[in-house]
Design a protein around this ligand. Sequence first.
Ligand code: SAM
Length: 221
Amino acid sequence: MGKFEDERKAMVELLRKRGIKDENVLRAMEKVPRHLFVPEAFIHYAYEDSALPIGFYQTISQPYTVALMTEALEVKPGDKILEVGTGSGYQAAILAEMGAKVFTIERFEELLKTALETLSKLGYNVIGMVGDGSIGWSEFAPYDGIIVTAAAPKIPKSLVNQLKVNGHLVIPIGDLEVQELYIIKKIDEHKLDIKKKFGFKFVPLIGKEGWSEEKSKNNGR
Ligand code: SAM
C-alpha cells in the first residue's frame, strides 16, 4: 500500500460527505499525493481539510475548495485549462490527472520552479510561466476553462475574453477579508451566467486586473 493511501481515502470520503459528486474529481484527489506538494514540516497535516502555508505568505488551498472549484470547471479529458496562481502545483496536478492540458501562471518564480519540479517528478506535463495571470495568457487562448486560485476585486475582462463560449471561469471575487466564489459560464461573447457561493477566504490576486500590491497591504484602502 502506498504512503498515506488511507489518509487520502479518508480525505475523499469527507469530500463526498461535504457534497462533492463528480467522480472524476474524487478519483483524481484519491490518486494525487498531496503530501508531496506541502513543505516537509506540514507533511502530516497534508490530508486534513485545511489550507497550509507554502512560503511567501501563500497557501496550498484546502482540499474541499480544490474539489469544489474543479467540479465547477466541468473538466473533460483534452480540455485546455488556464490556472492563475500555481502555488504548490497541487491544483494543476488534479487537473492534469483528469486529462486536461494545463497552463499555469504564478507571480513568484521560486514557487513556480518548485511546483513544476514536483509535477514533473510525478509525470505531469504542465506548462508554466512566471507573470501576472490577472491578464491571462493570450498566447494559448482561448481556453475551455479558467481557474483563479487568488481573490480579485472584480471579474478580470482579459480572462473572460480568453475563455471559449460554453467554458467556465471559476474565481473568488470580493474584498480582502471575504469573497464569494463566482462560477461563470460564458453563454456567448456578450452574455455571462454567474452563480455565486458564499464564504471563502483566498490570498489576493495581485496584478493589473487584480489588487495593487499597495492596496493589498493597506487592506483595500
Ligand atoms: N493553486 C495553488 C495550489 O494548488 O497550491 C494555490 C495557490 S495560492 C491560494 C494563490 C497563488 O496565487 C499564490 O501562489 C500567489 O502567489 C498567486 N498569485 C497571486 N496573484 C497572482 C497573479 N496576478 N498572477 C499569478 N499568480 C498570482
